[in-house]
Write a protein that binds this ligand. Structure first.
Ligand SMILES: NC(=O)c1ccc[n+]([C@@H]2O[C@H](COP(=O)([O-])OP(=O)(O)OC[C@H]3O[C@@H](n4cnc5c(N)ncnc54)[C@H](OP(=O)(O)O)[C@@H]3O)[C@@H](O)[C@H]2O)c1
Length: 267
């Protein structure tokens, strides 16, 4: 996997944890940080991590890589994982809260069980909360500067029909971004979020006929965001290039957020 990044950005000597980097968007973001010289911690399920780590090792033989698997829905597992990172010299300077429970399936408001709703919030909100709290406390205690980027979604602003748990989790993540940014920026820890519309992932290859075209027709620019574009923007947000970029929500969505109705239904 090769990703074009913004040339002058350099993460040499910085340790970067990208949650959910065992596949899809997180994997591309991890590759972008490797391209810019970062020491990268890959995270996800053990099964997916094995193949992703070998692929990265083969594509980037000089990269310093670490991989760790923990369930973001289990607070004790998160704490244990960060203890391991600390004892092995891999505490992150940069945290990308990318992993998510996509909340597919029984997540319509009336259909979902309280357990399902809780599970989505546990992973997407509490998981990101705890990772951020531990990482930020470490940075503060050691006097290091750092950056946190929360990967969010238009679902937190507008709501995807039938996915209320996911929608709520992303709205809360956006709010948490603002609180974290306010309280942590004075300690040299910048927090921002990337709000995504449609992202091209391999799932697009398995959509029912016509779905991809209908999705594109909903986007003013007629194309989903590529993972590379998002990865480049994430690296920029995490870099020192814009030191006063604090608590912002950068929207990458081809113009979906600014349209009242898609062209196909507007009159
Ligand atoms: N794809 C889109 O169109 C889109 C649109 C807007 C926003 N986003 C956001 O972009 C981010 C990435 O999306 P994606 O499409 O790349 O997601 P994805 O393909 O479903 O990948 C999710 C990643 O998160 C990990 N993960 C999921 N649940 C976890 C848990 N309980 N504990 C630990 N790791 C867990 C997965 O690990 P394993 O698979 O190895 O278990 C995987 O690496 C998410 O925050 C999503 O909300 C995506």
């Amino acid at each position: 996997m090769k990703v074009d990044t913004i040339p002058h950005l350099n993460f040499s000597g910085k340790t970067v944890l990208v949650t959910g980097s065992s596949r899809n968007l997180g994997k591309t973001i991890a590759a972008a940080f490797i391209e810019t010289g970062g020491r990268v911690i890959l995270h996800g399920s053990e099964e997916n991590l094995r193949s992703t780590k070998s692929e990265m090792e083969s594509d980037y033989p000089k990269a310093e890589l670490y991989s760790i698997s923990f369930d973001l829905g289990q607070p004790e597992a998160i704490e244990k994982a960060f203890d391991q990172l600390k004892s092995e010299g891999w505490m992150p300077d940069v945290l990308i809260n990318n992993a998510a429970h996509l909340g597919l399936g029984e997540s319509g408001f009336l259909e979902q069980s309280p357990e399902f709703f809780r599970e989505v919030i546990e992973v997407n909100l509490f998981g990101a909360f705890l990772c951020s709290q531990i990482a930020a406390q470490y940075l503060k205690d050691t006097g290091k500067k750092g950056s946190i980027v929360n990967i969010s979604s238009l679902a937190g602003r507008r709501g995807i029909h039938g996915r209320s748990g996911y929608n709520v989790s992303k709205a809360a993540l956006d709010s948490m971004t603002r609180s974290m940014a306010q309280e942590l920026s004075g300690d040299g820890i910048r927090v921002n979020s990337l709000v995504l519309g449609y992202v091209w992932t391999e799932r697009w290859n398995h959509l029912d006929e016509g779905v991809a075209d209908r999705r594109k027709a909903n986007i003013p620019s007629h194309a989903p965001s590529s993972q590379e574009e998002i990865a480049r923007t994430t690296v920029f947000l995490a870099s020192d290039s814009a030191p006063t970029l604090v608590g912002s929500q950068i929207v990458l969505d081809g113009g979906m957020d600014i349209q009242q109705l898609p062209a196909t239904v507007a009159v």
